[in-house]
Design a protein around this ligand. Structure first.
Ligand code: ADP
Ligand code: MG
Length: 695
């Protein structure tokens, strides 16, 4: 990375040091590093995730979806309600432009004294016209100037205004950040310059500024991404793997010993994998199949063939529970063979881990199953021939550095398993460099989950159905989506939901809430209690563990279902129906005759559902509700920017085949990157959370 050659005297690393900015000392640097901001370039490309248009408006003109600023006179004395410890609510009536409306704000009880009748204040927040309620996120007594304020993702010890101020200093340095878009494309699309885009994204004067800078930066980011994918696709054609040799008869025997018949798609997928193993081209295969489609056995057969060829296998699962499940399953399948299997998870003691590392290094095990503990840099595999990652989206980007692990054989075949069905054209684009196997048919062992869309006013019907299931001693999942940006408000909505359910069921059953703000340990504890059947109804905001099996849970009730994409609803529904008990899914919505949701009643085929989602909305909901701090892209969003993605796929392919990239300094850097590492990068960055992402 030598983009900053033009500075001559200093090297770019010196120029890029955060210390050179005023007001930035070691303490701040520490905090910035937590956000992955290590250089000034990182800072300049740390984009706002939204904007506040600070402009006083009339309450008549308030857009329900935007945060607005309204100057208003207090009419009534504020009332305080203490809801829980550290959680209170203030409400009062104000007037703007002869219209009176109610203001609600959380956790500002301390403001009560200042909010005297007749005082003029500025309320900041969102107005719901129908309810005539203004939900405020802030109350101000004056504003300095009307402007557009960029809002950044923050972390403890960092204030938005501070980020704004150091961003200003960084912009003042007028450093040139390289533009990766080839100039002919910049001209073709009339994009603004990269310098302008960086400046305007942080300091827009108008909505147009935001739009033009976003477009430029999103296109660039997706262009680079698709260029890499297309480049990898072209180089992956060479022979860079291990040619494996195994006795097909033994594999056949193993298949014949299974207690069930494989589905047609399983057989096809297994054939594809076995061919990959035999070929001297490195396998890079993604198996996509719905929950319950039987991916595990496919992976086990791959492991078996790899073992027969004399190589070891690393099998990674996203959670300890899943790793353990796989360990038990695999042990059972291989019990008549002389195959050594070990389970390696994060919770082992250090001593135990070190001794297992040694054993692995010495080649004691043929199969090592584990969580991301397998990525530990001190772990050197012996004769590794196959890496399998199950539900790989769960591995966070933070793990990417560790993946440089030297112990991971670069020539090892790689098999990814994903439970998120996506339309084929889309899959072919974002996984363009991977070979795809789809398992569409499901084994005929499960009952259809009876699904019904219910208008909110008919909630009684749902409560009755819940009651029936509880009587049978079955358990229920309840999901309520993120409704507002403000976590406290979200929490309030689930707390209210719990209160309502407590009333409905007379407090006779144990109901608990699982939400993103709980500590991991508390979440695990709740999940365990639910698994054990102690908790009857589990309400969750955002977190439902992937792949967790609670066979006794027979009902999924999703509130505000209209806020979810169909793909997400399908994933959520997949949490039930995991036994031979009849299961149910209720989609509660406040929109009448919701045609989109009806698709869920008609079909249980994930591929069909995601295809419909795409058709209806022109985009999918494949990537969860929001991108968290573990964000894959800095600015692009594969859902929203689907059309740009498709365009960059086409454009980058043209650029690649024209061979012009070879003269481009920037692209030399791109293609020099360690291919193997990058491959894993891509997977971790761009695979799809099957449920709503906890942030
Ligand atoms: P997933 O694709 O979600 O990982 P699993 O591999 O865990 O699904 O399979 C779910 C269940 O279906 C397992 O109990 C497995 O043994 C069983 N199964 C897999 N394939 C078949 C099949 N062809 N016929 C019957 N049962 C099968
Ligand atoms: Mg699975």
């Amino acid at each position: 990375m030598n983009f900053f050659k033009k500075f001559g005297i200093m090297n770019w690393e010196e120029i890029m040091q955060l210390e050179t900015l005023p007001k930035v000392g070691p303490k701040t640097i520490n905090i910035l590093n937590k956000l992955n901001i290590n250089t000034i370039e990182d800072l300049l490309t740390y984009y706002p995730y939204r904007y506040n248009v600070i402009k006083l408006i009339n309450i008549n003109n308030a857009d329900e979806t935007l945060t607005t600023y309204v100057k208003a006179k207090i009419i009534s004395v504020p009332k305080v309600a203490y809801i829980k410890k550290n959680f209170n609510r203030l409400d009062f009536i104000v007037q703007n432009n002869n219209i009176q409306f109610k203001v609600v704000i959380f956790n500002r009880a301390y403001l009560k004294k200042l909010l005297t009748v007749d005082r003029e204040i500025i309320v900041v927040g969102k107005y719901q016209k129908l309810k005539n309620v203004f939900t405020a996120s802030d109350i101000k007594f004056k504003i300095d100037e009307e402007r557009i304020e960029p809002i950044y993702h923050l972390t403890e010890g960092l204030k938005n205004s501070f980020v704004e101020s150091i961003m200003s200093s960084a912009l003042d340095l007028k450093l040139t950040i390289p533009d990766y878009i080839p100039s002919y494309l910049n001209e073709k699309y009339h994009f603004i310059t990269k310098d302008d885009a960086i400046k305007l994204i942080h300091k827009p004067k108008s909505i147009e500024d935001i739009k033009s800078s976003e477009l430029k930066l999103i296109y660039e980011e997706l262009f680079i991404y698709m260029f890499k994918i297309n480049y990898l696709k072209s180089v992956n054609k060479v022979n860079n793997g291990i040619k494996k040799d195994f006795d097909m008869d033994i594999v056949q025997e193993f298949l014949a010993s299974l207690t069930f018949e494989l589905t047609a798609d399983q057989i096809k997928t297994i054939e594809e994998i076995l061919n990959d193993l035999k070929s001297d081209k490195k396998m890079n295969r993604l198996v996509i199949g719905d929950v319950g489609s039987g991916k595990t056995i496919v992976a086990i057969i791959a492991t078996f063939a790899n073992f027969l060829s004399g190589y070891s296998t690393a099998f990674m699962a996203p959670t300890e529970i899943l790793a353990k499940q796989h360990y038990e399953t695999i042990k059972e399948y291989f019990k008549y063979f002389d195959i050594n299997i070990c389970l390696l998870t994060g919770s082992l003691t250090k001593k135990k881990k070190i001794s297992i590392y040694k054993e692995i290094e010495n080649g004691k095990y043929d199969v090592v199953i584990g969580t991301h503990a397998l990525l530990n840099e001190n772990l050197k595999f012996n004769n590794l021939g196959l890496v399998i990652t199950d539900e790989q989206h769960r591995f966070g980007v933070n793990q990417r550095n560790i993946l440089q692990n030297k112990g991971m054989n670069k020539e090892a075949d790689v098999l990814y398993l994903s439970a998120t069905p996506i339309p084929r054209t889309y899959a072919l684009t974002i996984y363009g460099d991977l070979d795809l196997s789809q398992i569409k048919t499901k084994p005929n062992i499960r009952k259809e989950i009876k699904t019904k869309v219910v208008y909110e006013q008919n909630i009684k019907e749902v409560l009755m159905a819940m009651y029936e299931e509880l009587k049978l001693n079955h358990q229920i999942f309840v999901v309520s989506p993120l409704i507002m940006q403000n976590d406290e408000l979200d929490l309030n909505s689930v707390i209210k939901l719990k209160e309502k359910l407590d009333i409905a069921f007379n407090k006779k059953v144990r109901i608990e809430i699982l939400h993103g703000k709980l500590k991991q340990k508390e979440k695990d504890e709740l999940m365990k209690e639910f698994q054990r059947g102690k908790i009857k109804i589990l309400i969750s905001t955002t977190v439902i563990e992937v792949g967790i099996d609670v066979p006794n849970a027979t009902m999924m009730v999703i509130f505000n279902a209209e806020r979810f994409g169909l793909a997400t609803l399908h994933q959520l529904r997949g949490r039930v129906g995991r036994s031979n008990l009849q299961s149910y899914c209720y989609l509660v919505t406040n929109t009448k005759n919701n045609e989109r949701l009806k698709v869920m009643e008609e079909s249980s085929d994930g591929f069909y559902i995601s295809e419909m989602d795409f058709k209806q909305r022109g985009q999918g909901d494949l990537f969860g509700i929001k991108q968290s701090g573990d964000m894959s892209f800095k600015i692009a969003n594969l859902n929203r920017d689907y059309n740009i993605l498709m365009q960059t796929n086409k454009d980058s392919n043209e650029f690649l085949t024209s061979n012009n990239y070879k003269e481009n300094e920037l692209y030399k850097d791109i293609i020099k990157q360690d291919k193997n590492l990058f491959k894993i990068f891509v997977i971790i960055y761009f695979t799809i959370p099957p449920c709503i992402n906890p942030s």
